[in-house]
Design a protein around this ligand. Structure first.
Ligand SMILES: [Fe+2]
Length: 179
């Protein structure tokens, strides 16, 4: 078969493919964890979180497909087994642990933040170590999505931090605050 001639060496492509497989594995774990909380959440925020996690599930699933197909476009093969995803992921599963809604949100914020940190490193690796600006750009878009998903989830937790006056702690001083 004709070799791939897109200005990257085999070593550069292999390096990028390995980074992408790590991101694929983490995305797979996150999509499972997101779906589980979509099912299990209870409490006054049920509908909001149930729907939000459905949206996140759809977005992460689309990214999974895009990451896997980018691996193929670079001549590699995506991980395609659950064991492979578990072995390659940096996220951890917590079987049997069903926290309250706030705990679920907090756990997913941590997972999204972990993925953002990983992606930031991988973006630098793609452009600086492997000369692949295309994948760096591709991963930058995905990182921005996780930053936004983390922000949405973080906002739920911050909503829990009401003080006795019903004001958010950062706005509870006597000084007038303009926002
Ligand atoms: Fe559902």
């Amino acid at each position: 078969m004709r070799s791939i001639n897109i200005g990257l060496t085999d070593e550069q492509r292999a390096g990028v493919i390995d980074l992408l497989n790590h991101d694929l594995a983490d995305s797979y774990l996150l999509v499972v964890k997101t779906k589980k909380f979509h099912w299990d959440v209870v409490g006054p925020q049920f509908i909001s979180l149930h729907k939000l996690w459905d949206d996140h599930y759809e977005a992460i699933s689309a990214n999974i497909d895009a990451i896997a197909e980018r691996i193929r476009a670079l001549g590699g093969y995506p991980i395609g087994t659950m064991k492979g995803f578990l072995d390659y992921a940096s996220l951890a599963e917590h079987p049997g642990n069903i926290p309250m809604a706030t705990g679920m949100v907090s756990a997913l914020v941590e997972d999204h933040e972990q993925i953002v940190r990983n992606l930031r490193e991988h973006i630098d690796g793609c452009s600086e170590d492997f000369h692949d600006q295309g994948t760096a750009d591709f991963l930058t878009g995905i990182m921005e999505q996780h930053e936004e998903m983390a922000w949405m989830l973080r906002s739920f937790i911050e909503g829990e931090a009401l003080n006795a006056n019903g004001a958010r702690p950062e706005f509870s001083s006597k000084e007038p605050v303009t926002v």
